[in-house]
Ligand binder design. Structure first.
Ligand SMILES: *Cc1c(COP(=O)(O)O)cnc(C)c1O
Length: 354
């Protein structure tokens, strides 16, 4: 606490990202980064942009990237907004669309940044409990007073996917509210709600380059939605920082979207590794949720999650443990390369067989 802090700063409970330790080399399975490097074309594009003209501000409208994404998703450029990582896009969306007079709805077990944003913007939250198997109870989002809804699909940290068609009901029942679908992990086996954008003016689909395109370090995310929603996001952005995407990020992001073949290949590799890791974990007694993400959510009936977490860390393998009600028996493990996952599996086998 400092006497220099505003009442707002003093009231905040900031998000705590997974650790990025520097003390030694770890196998990092704790922040859902992609184990494969980005497309080589991304690096070429960034180098060319660095040689170009960093003296000048970037294009505040990010026109080349917006058009590239519009083409990719078969939308118009007025239906696309880009930002400095999807975290920023989400934060702008909370500010632009959620009505402080009514609670925002999100699941009790979900991406913990939603709570942080709600508090930052003075929004009340009404938490919708996942069922015992961690399924998203979509019916509970209907007929409940709200000033907006946010649902990640697949959900984090449970990794579970809701089939696209099931979102229609929520969108129909909440026509006067914005429903944000956070698709950070959609490319690992789900179907995007991007195709609902022309049908429902109240849906905002948020995606990122961080996970499926191996560019967590570049900080680029986007939102797809009706023209009026995109206008709302631009109003917020332009009241804050006109240049959220720098010249290097802009060039890299365009190249990443263009290299579809590389993206499809790496996502398929991650998915194949995930499916074989799930099989092996179940064979040694783990409970593993049905994952359609680049991570798995696991629990062992005999050995506590905290014990496994601590012992893995000692052996140089980092995973994520959330000391929170309902999920404190679980670990979230990002999918690495086959070699990394072999080291993880060997270590975990020893820990649970002791
Ligand atoms: C990783 C993640 C994000 C944020 O990604 P950015 O790196 O900010 O684009 C958003 N939502 C969920 C659910 C995530 O797991």
């Amino acid at each position: 606490m400092s006497r220099f802090w505003s009442p707002l700063a003093a009231s905040l409970v900031p998000y705590v990202p997974g650790e990025q330790p520097k003390d030694k080399k770890y196998i990092k399975l704790n922040t859902n980064e992609n184990p494969y490097p980005p497309s080589p074309k991304v690096l070429e594009a960034i180098k060319a942009a660095a040689d170009d003209d960093l003296r000048l501000y970037p294009d505040p409208t990010c026109d080349t990237l917006v058009r590239k994404l519009a083409d990719y998703f078969d939308l118009s450029k007025d239906q696309v907004f880009v930002g400095n990582g999807s975290d920023e896009v989400l934060s702008f969306a909370f500010a632009a669309f959620f009505d402080p007079a009514k609670p925002v709805l999100f699941a009790d077990i979900t991406y913990s940044f939603y709570k942080v944003y709600a508090e930052f913007y003075g929004l009340k939250a009404d938490l919708i409990p996942l069922d015992e198997q961690f399924r998203m109870p979509l019916g509970l989002f209907n007929g409940r007073e709200n000033g907006g809804i946010v649902i990640p699909n697949p959900n984090a940290p449970t990794a579970m996917l809701v089939p696209l068609d099931e979102f229609r009901m929520i969108l129909e029942h909440n026509k006067d509210q914005v429903v944000i679908i956070d698709e950070a992990y959609i490319d690992f086996g789900g179907e995007s709600a991007a195709k609902l954008v022309n049908e429902y003016p109240n849906v905002l689909v948020v995606q990122t380059l961080s996970k499926s395109r191996s560019l967590a370090g570049l900080r680029v995310g986007w939102a797809l939605g009706s023209e009026e929603l995109i206008d709302g996001l631009n109003r917020v952005k332009n009241s804050f920082n006109s240049y959220t995407i720098d010249r290097l990020a802009l060039a890299g992001a365009v190249a990443a979207i263009e290299d579809e073949a590389y993206f499809v290949e790496t996502a398929a590799k991650v998915n194949a590794t995930r499916d074989s890791v799930i099989k092996e974990l179940r064979e040694i007694g783990f409970i593993v949720t049905e994952s359609k993400a680049n991570f798995v959510f696991i629990s062992h009936p005999d050995v506590s999650a905290e014990t496994i977490f601590v012992q893995l860390r000692e052996q140089g393998v980092l995973v994520r443990y959330f000391k929170q009600p309902r999920i404190d028996k679980y670990l979230r493990v990002s999918i690495g390369t086959d070699e990394e996952m072999d080291v993880f599996l060997e270590a975990v086998k020893k820990i649970v067989s002791k």
